[in-house]
Design a protein around this ligand. Sequence first.
Ligand code: DX5
Ligand code: ZN
Length: 227
Amino acid sequence: MAFDRSIKIAPSILSADFADFGREIRAIEDQGADWVHVDVMDGHFVPNLTFGPPAVKAFRRHVTTVMDVHLMIAPVDPYIDAYAEAGADILTAHVEAGPHIHRTLQAIRGAGMKAGVALNPGTPAEAVAHLLDLADLVCVMTVNPGFGGQKFIDMTGKIARLREMIGDRPVHVEIDGGVDAQTAPLVVRAGADVLVAGSAVFRGGSVDAPEVYGENIRAIRAAAGAA
Ligand code: DX5
Ligand code: ZN
């Protein structure tokens, strides 16, 4: 996985058909997804429950791009090895998930994955000031995590501040929540390079009509490119 700052669209399979993940993953990749975003929720850090390591390991068999695993769980550290074993390429933990995010990021890299750190909307950019040499990705949440399909919260000031703090470091700025063709240009202008999108990619399509996923991905990419 060589680092570059080109725009990457990462569909969140939280909006896929939960009875058909293999075909859903293959459909979004065929239709132009750059990464596959997997939202792991524990019913404790966020009020929703999704995928444990065995489910993520099963997704891995279908992912040929990059499996980007977003942990919305607390604690994180006891599960790092299990998600490494499940085949995550990038493992992202929330800065709010515990007092030792610094150690968590070291452990994620130590387990052979790229390390991401996510910020809830209420958390300032400065929360990651001492973590930027330990992180490969900073994920700026533009919704309060837990559910797909929520309204975008404007965090452009925070995104711009993070880009400035990151400087020349090879660190991605990922935006997660409410990203669509309307909001993508705002976040790209502010400095984002990875756009997670759930409902805006899956809306209107299905494994039997996957070309709609392609149209949705291209619409977001075109809007981002015109930023
Ligand atoms: C929110 C998740 C997101 C979510 C994005 O808790 O982390 O990845 O699935 O979904 P949309 O794009 O529908 O806001
Ligand atoms: Zn996510």
